[in-house]
Design a binder for this molecule. Structure first.
Ligand code: DC
Length: 239
């Protein structure tokens, strides 16, 4: 007999935005505030990039990389990322790994191979998913999609502050140039370009503190829960 109970999918909040928009910090704090799980999808691409170095798969070998992703032995535990049982949380944050991640992420085969792994993070009571195609491809039925924006100057100033705090030297003109170049590359690529989902809420954080940005996202989420249930086809797609 067919159940007449409505289908309540585990809620997902998808957060995207350009580099240095603060999306990682906002996603982490929103997840902590709501007690939700967190998917840092960039970390998955970074793990795949690191594995490709270790297993000597060339960054242009799309099929080899997709096979590697299928076989990857990775775990996230208490904020730590492990590859083959080894903690690689710091290693995957290196600039060289990030650059390689950006190169391999342009292969549609690699993106497809990561779909199921990303969807597996969707567990009760809910998920905050941070990254490029979270609201468009991975979780199109997310209850809330947020696209964080901030002026390139505000983002460069934040990155500058972060680098100085970490004891690195930083030059504003270089940071501005790098951010502009990365924006152009991210927006211009064919596979999963940087652009807001059609139904995304835009949040300009140029003049907001982190706390104000987090409060706004949580408020939007609460409002989305107060709305009548959207209809789904049972496969996770809104109809
Ligand atoms: O967000 P990040 O810097 O950790 O991401 C590393 C790279 O992975 C970034 O250059 C783009 C890519 N990426 C992606 O293509 N899609 C995602 N959902 C997340 C990251």
């Amino acid at each position: 007999m067919k159940s007449s109970r409505p289908f309540y999918p585990t809620p997902v909040i998808a957060i995207d935005g350009p580099t240095a928009s603060g999306k990682g910090t906002v996603a982490t704090l929103v997840a902590a505030h709501l007690g939700f799980h967190l998917l840092d999808s960039g970390a998955l691409y970074r793990l795949a990039a690191l594995a490709s170095v270790r297993y000597a798969i060339e960054p242009d070998d799309a099929d080899g990389l997709a096979k590697l992703v299928d076989d990857l032995h990775i775990t996230f535990r208490e904020g730590l990322a492990q590859l083959d049982g080894e903690d690689v949380s710091s290693e995957i944050r290196q600039e060289a790994v990030g650059n390689r991640a950006s190169v391999i992420a342009a292969h549609p085969q690699v993106r497809t191979a990561l779909v199921a792994r990303q969807r597996a993070f969707r567990k009760l009571p809910g998920l905050v998913a941070d990254g490029r195609d979270m609201g468009t491809v991975i979780f199109p039925d997310a209850v809330l999609k947020v696209f964080l924006t901030a002026s390139v100057e505000a983002r460069a100033a934040r990155r500058h502050k972060q680098l100085i705090q970490k004891g690195f030297s930083a030059n504003m003109d270089d940071l501005l140039r790098d951010l502009r170049e990365r924006d152009a590359r991210d927006s211009g690529r064919a596979a999963a370009p940087l652009k807001p989902a059609e139904d995304a809420m835009l949040l300009d954080t140029s003049a907001l503190s982190i706390d104000q940005a987090v409060d706004q996202v949580v408020q939007w989420y609460r409002e989305s829960q107060a709305k009548p249930l959207r209809h789904h086809d049972g496969q996770g797609k809104p109809v």
